[in-house]
Design a protein around this ligand. Structure first.
Ligand code: NAD
Length: 499
């Protein structure tokens, strides 16, 4: 069995803690590797080395740092299929979806190739008599990225590319479920010219995360994961004086108006609800049709589409719509929530509970399920299921659908399907959610915009990638300069006698 490593000072380094956790193949349930869980001492040594390496890297001119990103981007493209397979092997998502995972991360690297233009400062000429002001953006020093299992390439790239381009060193702590992609990205960064020590990949669990949060040298923490952990990390990092942005879970609603193109809405819901087995923070998990006829039509159109979905291992190629969920525990939790929905009175119109796949009986596959007549007091509405389960909550009016979306504690993404520009515009303006789709189910913004939810989906300030990331990973220094009148007023050229 493969023993994975940390990546320290430009090399693979074995863990010394003696503690490991298993990395599974979710399609078969087999253990395919073990990953070391670092100690506080291992983390502190990695941070100390990163701090040394950061000095020269922070002094490297921005354009040279951007050139490392250019080469890195080229290498990611060259190794696209290999990276996608690494993602799929540990996560279970289909290969096209694995490629999408790498691609959406690569797009952030591409923006970082033009990073110097986002690092320019500001200047006020003659802010007072003989006084000019200028501000510069300087790196924070050593920062940390703590990432979830569900995008093993994209989210580490969202963290490390802007952080490094800004001149920081980074400690990357990937999910212990899917660590291999981060280790491979570190190798490619070295090949692209990143100096040793500037990116350290330290594997581990809560012990190493707490060590990061308590390490005095770590100046900033970027986290992505579930809401309770996001809130915990934000609190502990802030108490310790660190800059922190912590992105959490989601419960994304899609409103379907009576004038929507119902076939397009149904297609969108199937892709956004069940793609990647529902394990996306931008998945649509709640369909909110307005009016009885809309709701009835939607169920009629959704059921055959959902029943046709093909579930299987990534190795089955293009013949599969989605793969297994991440662990047996995740599968058990999802099945338990489906049972609770039935017990609490929702109508299970598509039941995926008994799904099995010949030859993959020990894999963590869950068939697609859909509930109708879900109400906000049910656990399937309150919890982020993070599985292939779509809930339909019926409403009688646009205002009721909007209020439902706004009353939900999460605020990551939302969508509306309608043919009416005025309704769409009103929705986009009023809804208290960070990313909004209009006839677009998964509105993940392009890499030169920024990504971030509201309410319980994000703690801290500023979004991920785009210009916000360049603000998060730099601090501003402002200089007020005055030069007294001097030689230009007429120099003293005579040999002056002592007065
Ligand atoms: P998770 O919160 O379990 O783990 C995320 C990271 O935190 C991992 O690196 C893990 O090792 C670490 N961690 C876990 N428990 C910890 C603890 N008690 N103390 C300290 N660190 C701990 O999340 P996950 O299951 O890997 O990912 C799925 C979640 O991430 C979902 O809730 C999903 O919505 C969310 N997510 C959010 C976004 C976003 O941008 N808002 C993007 C992707 C995923």
């Amino acid at each position: 069995m493969q023993e994975l490593t940390h990546w320290i000072d430009g090399k693979h380094v074995k863990g010394t803690s003696g503690r490991f956790t298993d990395v599974y193949n979710p399609a078969t349930g087999e253990v395919q590797a073990k990953v070391p869980l670092a100690t506080v001492e291992e983390l502190n040594a990695a941070v100390a080395r990163a701090a040394e390496a950061q000095v020269a890297w922070g002094d490297t001119n921005p354009q040279r740092r951007a050139r490392v990103m250019m080469k890195f981007g080229a290498l990611i493209n060259e190794h696209m299929d290999e990276l996608a397979e690494l993602v799929s092997r540990e996560h279970g998502k289909t290969l096209p979806d694995g490629r999408g995972d790498v691609q959406r991360g690569l797009e952030v690297v591409e923006v970082c190739m033009g990073g110097p233009s986002l690092l320019k400062g500001e200047y006020t000429d003659a802010g007072g008599p003989g006084i000019d002001l200028y501000s510069m953006r300087q790196p924070l020093g050593v920062v940390a990225g703590i990432t979830p299992f569900n995008f093993p390439a994209m989210i580490p790239l969202w963290k490390l590319a802007p952080a490094l381009t800004c001149g920081n060193a980074m400690i990357l702590k990937p999910s212990e479920r899917c660590p291999s992609t981060s280790l491979r990205l570190a190798e490619l960064l070295k090949e692209a010219g990143l100096p040793d020590g500037v990116l350290q990949v330290v594997n581990g669990d809560k012990e190493v995360v707490d060590a990061i949060l308590d390490n005095e040298t770590v100046a900033g923490v970027g986290f992505v994961g579930s809401t309770p952990i996001a809130q915990y990390i934000y609190g502990r990092a802030a108490t310790n004086g660190k800059r922190a942005q912590c992105f959490g879970g989601a419960k994304n609603h899609m409103i379907i108006m009576p004038d929507a193109d119902m076939d397009k809405a149904a297609d969108a819901l199937v892709g956004a609800g069940f793609g990647a087995a529902g394990e996306r923070c931008m998945a649509i998990s709640v369909a909110v049709p307005v009016g009885k006829e809309t709701a009835d039509t939607l169920v009629e159109k959704l059921m055959p589409r959902i029943e046709k979905l093909k579930v299987g291992p990534y190795t089955a190629g293009d013949d599969v719509d989605y793969g297994p969920v991440i662990t047996q525990a995740a599968k058990d939790r999802i099945l338990g929530l489906i049972d609770s929905g039935v017990a609490q009175g929702a109508d299970l119109v598509v039941d995926g509970r008994d799904f099995t796949l010949q030859g993959y009986e020990n894999g963590y596959f869950v068939g697609p399920s859909m509930f109708d007549n879900v109400t906000p007091d049910m656990d399937i509405y309150k919890e982020e299921i993070f599985g292939p389960v779509l809930s339909q909550v019926r409403t009688d009016s646009y205002e009721e659908a909007l209020k439902l979306t706004m009353d939900n504690p999460y605020g990551n993404g939302t969508a509306i399907f309608t043919a009416d520009g005025d309704t769409a515009r009103d929705f986009a303006h009023r809804v208290n959610v960070g990313m909004v789709g209009i006839n677009f189910p998964i509105p993940v913004p392009l890499s030169y915009h920024t990504f971030g939810g509201w309410k319980k989906s994000a703690f801290g300030d500023l979004n991920q990638y785009g210009p916000d990331a360049f603000r998060f990973y730099t601090k501003t220094k402002t200089v007020t300069a005055r030069w007294f009148s001097g030689i230009k007023e007429g120099g003293e050229f005579n040999f002056k006698a002592m007065e």
